[in-house]
Design a protein around this ligand. Structure first.
Ligand SMILES: *[C@@H]1O[C@H](CO)[C@@H](O)[C@H](O)[C@H]1NC(C)=O
Ligand SMILES: *[C@@H]1O[C@H](CO)[C@@H](O)[C@H](O)[C@H]1NC(C)=O
Ligand SMILES: *[C@@H]1O[C@H](CO)[C@@H](O)[C@H](O)[C@H]1NC(C)=O
Ligand SMILES: *[C@@H]1O[C@H](CO)[C@@H](O)[C@H](O)[C@H]1NC(C)=O
Length: 610
């Protein structure tokens, strides 16, 4: 409600303070619109119609605000006495500059600059006349009143809320009936809550849920909040992968920056580390040898990696010469492998240090060898990123290449990380459509799940392991919460310091393509924090059972594989007009479909894990 009011007030203010058109100009617009058809625009685009009466050619240059250190690029020329309609991108802010040639010279002089974030589907007009005072300032007029692009999110969110209330009401009526029936029959109620005997099924990898019923664990040690967190990430990932309504914040940024879409995959890596604590604890308790554990770890890694390769071939007949090798599951499997391998070597089968003077950091001390190895890996990542000589590129370059740095380092996309992949895996075996391609016009392929970034993702997985260790080593809610929050603060503070709390200006900007150090620290910070919040709500206060997220969180592998495999099938996918509200509803619809599958599996107590 408050938001609604805010948005309405804002729209009202905008319309009041918009530049005013003269009567003649309005008549001109009406007449022109009658005689001419405007070019068709799609979502995130606007028209800018320039009415030029200056008598000389005007060259239009544009620059996307998202393009960091880029020159303005030439768009088109408007004749001296002409009306021309330009289509603008409205996702990010845009700079427009008008230039003209000085007669007899090659050089251009700048006439005027416009810098703003255009409204989606806005109809902008600009009357560009020459007066006695030189060039009239380049005022824009918005002549229509388009809906704010983000508005559908509000409606869809309200829709989801209503749907949820209906589902809750139905579930309530149903459960009342079940209880009264079972009361009559004196039969134990077999509700959907009774799943405590099922072991945690963490992340795609993990734990032989179905094979071994959990007997060694105390019921208390089951972390519903972790399942909830995993399910939340998974559903968010599905939403984002299915387009997220076409909004920029539900999509990855072109290069630096952090959006909602960037959070989900790191969270998976983080949660995988957290839940590893439990699987190792149970394996060690059951007296499995380290060799046996290693085989298990190795088998899971191979399976997951293979699934990843298979999913990469989901797009039609496979040309093995152009098979992409890295990918999401590959990255997960490798991170899992290294962290699990170190656990296999160093894990102790009992809690240590309870009586020592350092008992209050015994969770950290127990991971000391792993800390050392992981910090060495992090150092290797930094050394390679900032010191590896890359032919034709400055040392330590971490930009997107293409237009960046005024086209000086066109082919340097991703610096050392990109170079290593292109040399080791080959240009044909890595991702060809990286996120900077559209805005930076990069030409070389670059893989966001490449080799070098695996090192930082291992570190993130390890931070997750450290977070989960808190639950094994400390029993009191307070101590657990404080530790989670302290980790959240530390990782957050270091991350913010590294990126200087800015998008492009820090020493190490947040970057999902590179999995930069600041990026994993900030995502870990959110991870610890969210885990702490969910822990309070779900496990401590028990105010919420984690529904509906927990359904998906119990079967991550199946849901993940299905959502990827059935990407192009009805009723998951069909042709719709690419406008925000339709895309948004479709993405939510897809999430609901997979949620229903997850719910059915959950009710039938089918939990599949590797
Ligand atoms: C808008 O963006 C799309 C894709 O990023 C691009 O193809 C198109 O040329 C852009 N249009 C303008 C006017 O910049
Ligand atoms: C427009 O901006 C460019 C780049 O900042 C600048 O070089 C140019 O002088 C500006 N033009 C005008 C008319 O202010
Ligand atoms: C600018 O040009 C338009 C179209 O030719 C004309 O209708 C309008 O009166 C002119 N405005 C000024 C301020 O000269
Ligand atoms: C980048 O690569 C393209 C094609 O491989 C080549 O034409 C271009 O000259 C290269 N640019 C630089 C700056 O080396």
């Amino acid at each position: 409600m408050k938001w609604c009011l805010l948005v309405i007030t804002w729209c009202y203010c905008c319309s009041v303070f918009a530049d005013q058109l003269s009567i003649e100009e309005e008549q001109f617009i009406d007449k022109y619109n009658k005689d001419h058809d405007k070019p068709i625009i799609k979502k995130d685009e606007a028209w800018l119609t320039v009415v030029s009466t200056v008598g000389f050619d005007v060259h239009v240059y544009i620059h996307n605000h998202e393009c960091w250190k880029c020159d303005r690029i030439y768009l088109q020329t408007i004749d001296g006495n002409d009306v021309a309609t330009i289509i603008l991108n409205t996702t990010y802010g845009t700079d427009i500059e008008f230039r003209r040639n000085i007669i007899g010279q090659d050089e251009e002089i700048s006439l005027c600059n416009i810098s703003r974030k255009f409204k989606e589907n806005g109809d902008y007009w600009m009357f560009y006349n020459q007066s006695d005072f030189g060039i009239r300032s380049c005022d824009l007029n918005l002549v229509n009143d388009p809906m704010t692009a983000e508005m559908p999110i509000l409606y869809v969110a309200a829709g989801i809320l209503v749907l949820w209330i209906i589902v809750k009401a139905v579930a309530y009526c149903y459960s009342v009936r079940v209880i009264s029936e079972s009361y009559d029959v004196k039969h134990d109620e077999e509700g959907k809550t009774n799943t405590n005997n099922v072991q945690m099924a963490p992340v795609p990898v993990q734990v032989e849920t179905t094979e071994v019923p959990m007997t060694t664990h105390h019921k208390r040690s089951r972390l519903h909040s972790l399942d909830t967190f995993r399910g939340f990430s998974l559903l968010l990932m599905i939403f984002v992968n299915y387009g997220g309504g076409g909004y920029w914040f539900f999509d990855h940024p072109p290069w630096n920056g952090l959006t909602v879409a960037d959070l989900v995959f790191p969270w998976f890596v983080f949660i995988m580390g957290t839940s590893m604590n439990y699987s190792f604890k149970s394996m060690l308790k059951r007296g499995k040898s380290r060799g046996w554990i290693f085989c298990k770890v190795f088998k899971r890694t191979c399976l997951l990696f293979t699934f990843g390769i298979i999913l990469n071939t989901n797009w039609g007949p496979v040309d093995l010469n152009h098979l992409r090798i890295p990918g999401v599951l590959q990255r997960l499997s490798l991170s899992y492998f290294v962290v699990a391998l170190l656990e296999t070597i160093f894990a102790k089968n009992k809690v240590i240090g309870q009586k020592k003077s350092w008992h209050w950091i015994r969770d950290i001390v127990s991971l000391l060898p792993q800390w050392i190895i992981n910090l060495i890996m992090l150092g290797t990542y930094l050394a390679l990123t900032f010191a590896l000589p890359v032919p034709g590129c400055p040392r330590g370059y971490i930009g997107p290449g293409g237009l960046h740095e005024y086209r000086k380092y066109e082919n340097c996309t991703g610096g050392a990380a990109g170079y290593i992949d292109r040399v080791v895996l080959g240009e044909n075996h890595i991702y060809g459509n990286p996120t900077p391609k559209a805005i930076y016009q990069t030409k070389v392929p670059y893989d966001p799940e490449g080799i070098l970034g695996t090192l930082t993702s291992i570190f993130l997985c390890f931070l997750g392991l450290q977070g989960g260790r808190i639950f094994l080593y400390y029993d009191d809610h307070y101590g657990r919460l404080i530790r989670l929050l302290v980790w959240s603060l530390i990782t957050g503070a270091v991350g913010i310091a590294l990126c200087n709390a800015s998008k492009n200006d820090g020493i190490i900007p947040l970057n999902k393509n590179l999995w930069s150090v600041s990026f994993i620290l900030i995502t870990a910070c959110f991870g610890y924090f969210l885990l702490a919040i969910l822990y309070i709500l779900v496990d401590v206060l028990k105010w919420w059972r984690g529904t509906p997220f927990i359904f998906a969180g119990m079967n991550p592998l199946v849901i993940y594989l299905c959502h990827d495999i059935f990407y192009r099938f009805f009723p998951i996918n069909w042709q719709i007009e690419a406008i925000h509200w339709k895309l948004l509803i479709k993405a939510v619809w897809d999430v609901i479909i997979w949620l229903i599958l997850a719910f059915v599996l959950y009710c039938k107590k089918i939990f599949i894990a590797l």
